[in-house]
Design a protein around this ligand. Sequence first.
Ligand code: HEC
Ligand code: HEC
Ligand code: HEC
Ligand code: HEC
Ligand code: HEC
Ligand code: HEC
Ligand code: HEC
Ligand code: HEC
Ligand code: HEC
Ligand code: HEC
Ligand code: HEC
Length: 416
Amino acid sequence: MRPCLRVTSAILVFAGWAIVADAGQAAQAAAGTAVPAPTNDDCLACHSDRSLKRADDTPLTVDATVLGGSIHASLSCTDCHQDLAAAELPHADTLAPADCRSCHDEPQASYARGVHAQSRARDAGRSLAASCASCHGTHDIKPASDPASKTHPQHLVATCAACHGNPDVIARGHIAIGDVATPYHDSIHGRARERSGLVVAPSCVDCHSSHAILPKADADSPVHAARVPTTCGTCHAGILHQYDAGIHATALRSGNPAAPQCATCHTAHTIQRTDSEPWKLDVTGECGTCHAQVVDSFRRTFHGKVTQLGFGRVAACADCHGAHDVQPATNPASTIATANLVATCGRCHDGANASFVEYDPHPDPSNYARSPVLWWVNRLYTVLIAGCFGFFALHSGLWFFRSTRERRGRHGGPAA
Ligand code: HEC
Ligand code: HEC
Ligand code: HEC
Ligand code: HEC
Ligand code: HEC
Ligand code: HEC
Ligand code: HEC
Ligand code: HEC
Ligand code: HEC
Ligand code: HEC
Ligand code: HEC
């Protein structure tokens, strides 16, 4: 039934087209000129038909008013469907994809360097990566400034999320990082943009660019570890300035793969406010992934015990070390340089003085050189505890032995 209808409609469409085309060609012949490129009307004679479908039932109808309302209203069909520019009609069943190159060589060249184009070139016909049409549309393309455009700031995230938030595309397209759209919606940037309408908060393309999108492993990518600070710093210029002065930036610049950049501490798509208690406690764990030993020593202190119990009002790592301009104690500008300690502790401890700051924020009882007093106290304590318990154990053992013997004696001992 269905194939039959389709064939009938194709025949009707073809008949209609034949009449239009014949009239046109007869006029051409009368004027004595060559057959010209098909006009939009030639194409629409068939493609305005609502019942025109591919063998797999996908529609082939083109709405001339949609194209007329797009930025390309003045284009002819064959400007994009270039393989039909000199084709005889009816055309072949399989056509080349529409070509944007001839007019947009710069976006095309950038796109060609990016991960989406590379994936499509590698995996022709099967890749699920974005083509020009995935991000811009086909006959309905509008400039990014138009609120109806897929690339308008308000729709842009949804355009990327159609794939990067879609479990099926993520699985079949082997996108290792998984769904980034869902965490982004709940991040401070996503909420600022989508709920507060703050268009200066970054969407996907502010961090990834729009055409030459590259994987993070590529040194040219704006999200490559070494380039992340610059990328975030386009907006957070003040923080970048502080970070650049710190030891972590020095380590990053020298190519140390263990050096933290913005996304190490803040993540990329799940970024949260930094003044909340849970975040402050979380980031302490993050410092600990690289500085495990000092975290152990921090946990021995009053500050460490209280933060471990889930309260953020005492000092965590960044309160003493700073968050971005972290420096070793040997650097006179460091918040933990001896000369600055009174000021550092004094932020919270009114009246902190030179003797107060002698308190060791990273006590390590196994390290004699760091603090002989602590080492001795710890040793004495261990000996005392071991001695006490050892003595009690011996005492109880002897007591037990004696009381067993006495009990036996009282009962007359074993039967003779
Ligand atoms: C005689 C009717 C007719 C005319 C005229 C016609 N088409 Fe088609 N077109 C079809 C049919 C039928 C198909 C479906 C072919 C198939 O999938 O078997 C089709 C398919 C297409 C496709 C999809 C091809 C694909 O690979 O999926 C494009 C694009 C297209 N036409 C563009 C045009 C353009 C541009 C013109 C004008 C230059 C035009 N057509 C003129 C009948 C026509
Ligand atoms: C700005 C470029 C552009 C112009 C102008 C254009 N098309 Fe397309 N067309 C596309 C793109 C992009 C696609 C998506 C498939 C592809 O990449 O080939 C497409 C797809 C199609 C399809 C397949 C069905 C579909 O919607 O996916 C048909 C049929 C078609 N075009 C016909 C036409 C006709 C007829 C005209 C003129 C009235 C026209 N096109 C003008 C870019 C264009
Ligand atoms: C991954 C999504 C994506 C893909 C794929 C994509 N674009 Fe874009 N494009 C955008 C976004 C977003 C903007 C607007 C924001 C901007 O200016 O960076 C844009 C802007 C444009 C502009 C206007 C600004 C300019 O740079 O001239 C043109 C023209 C354009 N794209 C053409 C293309 C062409 C042609 C292709 C295919 C070769 C393509 N785009 C592929 C997302 C994409
Ligand atoms: C025959 C030339 C031609 C072809 C082919 C063509 N375009 Fe365009 N495109 C234009 C012109 C002309 C404009 C309008 C430029 C303007 O007004 O600034 C435009 C504008 C655009 C814009 C809006 C640019 C802006 O300023 O924001 C986008 C996006 C775009 N085209 C994408 C595409 C895509 C995607 C394709 C392929 C499917 C394509 N174009 C094919 C000529 C073309
Ligand atoms: C039509 C679906 C689609 C759209 C729309 C799309 N992408 Fe992709 N993207 C993919 C697929 C599939 C891959 C994996 C390509 C591959 O490596 O084979 C990918 C890869 C990537 C990668 C590299 C990931 C990796 O694991 O190497 C980044 C970054 C990326 N896309 C960002 C974006 C951004 C930003 C946008 C919106 C401006 C966007 N994408 C729009 C499908 C899409
Ligand atoms: C604030 C900047 C920022 C924003 C906004 C952002 N990203 Fe990312 N994105 C990054 C960084 C940085 C990485 C590297 C992640 C890492 O090192 O863990 C990344 C990684 C990725 C990857 C994996 C790349 C790879 O090579 O594995 C994809 C895919 C991706 N982002 C897509 C998106 C999409 C889609 C959006 C919009 C919903 C988006 N990103 C928004 C900064 C951002
Ligand atoms: C070593 C971990 C770490 C690195 C690397 C890092 N940050 Fe931070 N960031 C923090 C901590 C901790 C805070 C909270 C500061 C506080 O409570 O005083 C913070 C606070 C912030 C704030 C909020 C500022 C405020 O005081 O309200 C922004 C914005 C920020 N960081 C951006 C960045 C950017 C951009 C980069 C990269 C240039 C970066 N961060 C690198 C740990 C880090
Ligand atoms: C396009 C500009 C832009 C870029 C790029 C950008 N941000 Fe932001 N960021 C903002 C804006 C605007 C806000 C404020 C949102 C609000 O307060 O609602 C913000 C807020 C933040 C906050 C929360 C600050 C606070 O008050 O606690 C952190 C942390 C942050 N960004 C980190 C980053 C990191 C890390 C990167 C890079 C991976 C980055 N940002 C890239 C614009 C940007
Ligand atoms: C991803 C790993 C990583 C994270 C996370 C990290 N650091 Fe570092 N840190 C380093 C590296 C690498 C150096 C430089 C070591 C060198 O060059 O000697 C360093 C140096 C330091 C120094 C200077 C002293 C020294 O040992 O050289 C201090 C203090 C410091 N970090 C504190 C922090 C604090 C506080 C945090 C959390 C807010 C933090 N770090 C998070 C890797 C990390
Ligand atoms: C109460 C303030 C305070 C807190 C909280 C604190 N530190 Fe420290 N930290 C110091 C001081 C003071 C020094 C320098 C003296 C020393 O070596 O003990 C130091 C030394 C260090 C050093 C070695 C610096 C060097 O130049 O050798 C690292 C690394 C470090 N801290 C990381 C951390 C991390 C990670 C945390 C959180 C788990 C943390 N600190 C919490 C005050 C603090
Ligand atoms: C972010 C604020 C903050 C910073 C910075 C800070 N502390 Fe504290 N610290 C506290 C709070 C709050 C308490 C609990 C006070 C209380 O309950 O009386 C505390 C408790 C202590 C205690 C336990 C004894 C007491 O006073 O109750 C010592 C010792 C101490 N801090 C030393 C230091 C030293 C030394 C520094 C600097 C290297 C420092 N603190 C930096 C907030 C801070």
